[in-house]
Design a protein. Structure first.
Length: 202
């Protein structure tokens, strides 16, 4: 038999399969409400008598509310999966238009963009110290890809409406891969850096 002085927190009630709306509609106000003397918190402690929780859990109202909650959860999952599939399809179909700039202009914009982000002005130059030409070329390629990636940030709006780690993560990776592939196609000299970024973000 349950001890009538045993309480369960709102978190504990949720762990038993209750939703907040079920708590509100079937349990109502908590049996004890106040500040937790063991720790400082702005949120009040809400405690429910366990015996009362168990009594409600045996009712037809609880069974019906529980079934409705599960049905809503399944429906939400189906909608989220459909939304994810639609976004992935849109990302695959969206034409990516990379700005085509003369080499010197792209370098100028990339260096300026790097400087605005707090980096060096020129690779191997006064702010970074002299380096081998290969290292300077690699640094400049990184900066150019970063600038072009920033110039394509409007495509991030394709991810709007996607929530949840898995769905948004998959769509984000696909979008970044498509952007880097488009940059590599427009600027073959930057293809190596684009492939490196795709491999890192995979």
């Amino acid at each position: 038999m349950t001890d009538r002085t045993t309480y369960v927190t709102l978190t504990g009630v949720r762990r038993r399969g209750w939703t907040d709306s079920m708590v509100r509609d079937l349990l109502g106000s908590p049996d004890v409400q106040g500040r937790d003397p063991r720790r400082w918190s702005l949120a009040p402690v809400r405690l429910y008598l366990l015996v009362r929780v168990e009594t409600v859990e045996r009712t037809a109202e609880f069974a019906a509310a529980s079934l409705l909650s599960k049905a809503r959860s399944v429906a939400a999952g189906v909608y989220a999966e459909r939304r994810r599939a639609a976004v992935l399809s849109a990302i695959r179909a969206e034409p990516i238009e990379v700005p085509l700039l003369p080499g010197p202009e792209l370098e100028r914009r990339a260096v300026r963009h790097r400087h605005l982000l707090g980096g060096a002005r020129v690779p191997g130059g006064g702010d970074t110290g002299d380096g081998p030409p290969e290292a300077e070329a690699e640094a400049l390629a990184r900066w150019q890809v970063s600038y072009l990636r920033h110039a394509l940030s409007r495509y991030e709006s394709l991810l709007d409406g996607l929530y949840g780690e898995t769905g948004r993560g998959d769509a984000g990776r696909l979008l970044r891969r498509r952007l880097y592939e488009a940059i590599a196609a427009a600027y073959p000299a930057l293809a190596r850096e684009c492939r490196r970024r795709i491999a890192v973000e995979r």
